[in-house]
Design a binder for this molecule. Structure first.
Ligand code: SF4
Length: 373
């Protein structure tokens, strides 16, 4: 379906009064074209500008030599390309997993993780500072919600990791701090920028958006045409258990959630991923595995089983090895693809929200660099 977008007025694109320049990073191509047209330029200049930003990684307008002098002057006067600074970095000696704490211009801290694994270079991105979803097992949820991240702050995590690691990422998962569907605009614009061949150019099958079950967001992603994959954090096969772990289940119970998952699959034809964290004595019984298989019947999907990694101050326990093995065996016996996800970066604060929380508690937010690597 073709959608019509209006050219936004200049004021709508400007930043806060103290810095009214227009942020170009994370601006989808269509919006960039509209902006340049508003400057009296040809629309195709937007592709050239995007190439400088995302392919040549050059953010100094003066060096963009295939743009006219007058356009470069306009860009300098009205626009900016911002990046996030690395406030802290932890490197796992076990597997090279690197956890970043990026500092935003307003001082907020954002976590991202670089995961080198089996030849793939994956980044786990945050979409919010904190999270409003309040999942009972999560350090981020426990710390509350501050604000949404802008599209540029999401895209800047990708560029920041690539610059720090000296490589190009090939996979992205929107699975860090925050609920991507709660920040749909930031998620949509950053996806559009990162997936566009004129932007960063990630293959849509290499980008996965994770949700705790925000049904309207799943439907929007399905309708968006962006082609990104969907992962749903399920964590329980019935409403009572899931509601006790995840307050979002009260708003969007399993029946509604599974309906949205089926609609997403019908619309996109893509396989779904379900994340299932196993908590000792809560959702790790063989009966739970059978209920899960029944819930997912008819969907083309795979299940990632994640033994819980306890978070200090939260009451849940890690399951024992036998329970995890029996759960996986039962799912496989019932015909489901069930992978056991081994813990990455087990020797660092790799679980979502832990590094930020520890840094805030220790006053680490004020430090310029706390590289633990
Ligand atoms: S698990 Fe995800 S959705 Fe739930 S509180 Fe944590 S960050 Fe938010």
């Amino acid at each position: 379906m073709q959608t019509q977008t209006e050219t936004p007025p200049l004021a709508a694109l400007q930043g806060p009064p103290e810095d009214p320049k227009i942020e170009l990073l994370g601006m989808p191509l269509k919006k960039l074209e509209d902006l340049l047209e508003g400057f009296g330029e040809k629309r195709f200049r937007a592709v050239q500008l995007a190439e400088w930003i995302y392919k040549k990684k050059s953010w100094d307008f003066e060096s963009m030599t295939n743009l006219s002098k007058s356009l470069r002057e306009k860009l300098k006067r009205h626009c900016r390309v911002s990046l996030l600074t690395v406030a802290r970095r932890q490197v796992s000696r076990r597997d090279g997993t690197t956890k970043y704490l990026f500092r935003c211009p307003d001082g907020e801290l954002v976590e991202s993780v670089y995961l080198p694994h089996e030849g793939r270079r994956t980044a786990c991105l945050s979409t919010q500072v904190g999270c409003a979803m309040g999942c009972r097992f999560c350090a981020t949820g426990d710390s509350g919600f501050s604000r949404h991240l802008s599209s540029w702050e999401i895209v800047a995590q990708v560029l920041g990791i690539e610059a720090d690691q000296g490589l190009e990422l090939d996979n992205l998962v929107y699975m860090g701090m925050g609920e991507p569907m709660h920040n749909w605009e930031g998620t949509r614009e950053s996806l559009a920028t990162l997936l566009d061949p004129a932007g960063r150019g990630f293959g849509p099958r290499h980008v996965t958006v994770s949700t705790c079950g925000v049904v309207p967001g799943i439907l929007k992603l399905a309708e968006s045409g962006l082609g990104a994959r969907l992962a749903v954090s399920l964590h329980a096969p019935d409403d009572a258990t899931r509601g006790a772990l995840m307050p979002v289940n009260d708003r969007y119970p399993l029946r509604e959630l599974m309906g949205a998952c089926r609609a997403y699959q019908e619309k996109t034809g893509l396989q779904l991923t379900f994340e299932y964290t196993l908590f000792a004595g809560q959702n790790d019984g063989v009966g739970d595995a059978r209920a899960l298989a029944a819930l997912l019947k008819g969907l083309e999907c795979k299940v990632n089983l994640i033994p819980y990694n306890p978070v200090a101050g939260l009451p849940h326990q890690a399951p024992d090895f036998q329970a995890v093995a029996a759960f996986q065996t039962e799912l496989k016996r019932l015909g489901l693809s069930a992978m056991l996800r081994t813990e990455k970066g087990g020797d660092i604060d790799a679980a979502c929200g832990q590094l930020r929380r520890r840094s805030l508690e220790a006053g680490g937010a004020a430090k310029e660099d706390g590289s633990d690597g």
